[in-house]
Design a protein around this ligand. Structure first.
Ligand code: ADP
Ligand code: ADP
Length: 234
């Protein structure tokens, strides 16, 4: 069953007189439970694609089916609702709120979803446990290493039980040993929880943890190839 279907997706940015065509007719289907890496040079449209997949932005043209539902013409509020219910995000810079303890950071998506206080705490603790960070529930993000912060960000991404997790350069700010640990956690999300993962990365070694590699160039998909299974070894 497809989790994501993109049909002829285009995105044009207007900057005064100039038009930038960031996506030039993208066709892409991602099945439920797949783990896909998106690679390509800077400016090739990867972030734009991820923003559209994450319902953070709308395409200029084309159709986006998320879990079978056409979401390409929803308004901003409707998109926010879909985003909060079905999508988790993990970023290069972790994007944790420094003024709040770890537990509150992980709870945040549940606050927006209107989950009750008791259930919120339980689910946040469960998510922290899953990434091996329960001991740090009352620490502040600034007291944690980069790898630990990214684990917390992964807990926040999964707390809402999303069907899709979108990952943007998850290891860009981490040393190579910690990068391997983090990509292994993301791989475990996919394999143990069955969550569909789409990940943008510049790092070939990290991309090889995915089972499929999409290559972008100049707003187009230039290649879309399976990764041979030795690359999936954790
Ligand atoms: P990548 O993530 O692969 O580096 P992007 O999706 O960020 O590529 O950018 C694709 C193209 O769209 C680039 O030419 C970039 O300059 C342009 N672009 C991206 N975001 C905006 C924006 N908000 N306004 C105008 N142009 C943009
Ligand atoms: P650092 O960034 O300081 O190297 P890590 O990100 O490796 O820290 O680890 C963060 C926390 O998660 C640590 O308390 C560590 O003991 C724990 N941890 C590390 N690897 C795993 C794992 N595979 N499963 C569960 N917990 C882990």
């Amino acid at each position: 069953k497809p989790a994501i279907v993109l049909e002829n997706i285009t995105k044009i940015y207007h900057m005064g007189e100039t038009r930038v065509i960031a996506l030039k007719g993208i066709n892409l289907t991602v099945q439920e439970g797949e783990m896909v890496a998106v690679m390509g040079p800077s400016g090739s449209g990867k972030s734009t694609l991820l923003n559209i997949l994450g319902c953070l932005d709308r395409p200029t043209g084309g159709t986006y089916y998320l879990g079978g539902e056409d979401v390409s013409r929803l308004n901003k509020n409707q998109l926010a609702l879909i985003r909060n219910k079905r999508i988790g995000f993990v970023f290069q810079s972790f994007n944790l709120l420094g003024r709040f303890p770890v537990l509150a950071n992980v709870q945040l998506p549940l606050v927006y979803a209107g989950v009750g206080k008791k259930e919120m705490v339980e689910r946040a603790k469960e998510a922290l446990d899953w990434v091996g960070m329960s001991r740090y529930a009352h620490h502040y993000p600034g007291q944690l290493s980069g790898g630990q912060q990214q684990r917390v960000a992964i807990a926040r991404a999964l707390v809402n039980d999303p069907s899709i997790i979108l990952v943007d350069e998850p290891t860009g700010a981490l040393d190579s040993r910690t990068s391997i640990e983090i990509i292994s956690v993301i791989q475990r999300l996919n394999m143990e929880k069955g969550i569909t993962v789409v990940m943008v990365t510049h790092e070939k070694d990290i991309a090889l943890y995915c089972r499929r590699l999409v290559n972008m160039r100049d707003g187009c998909i230039l290649g879309d190839t399976p990764v041979p299974s030795p690359g999936n070894a954790a």
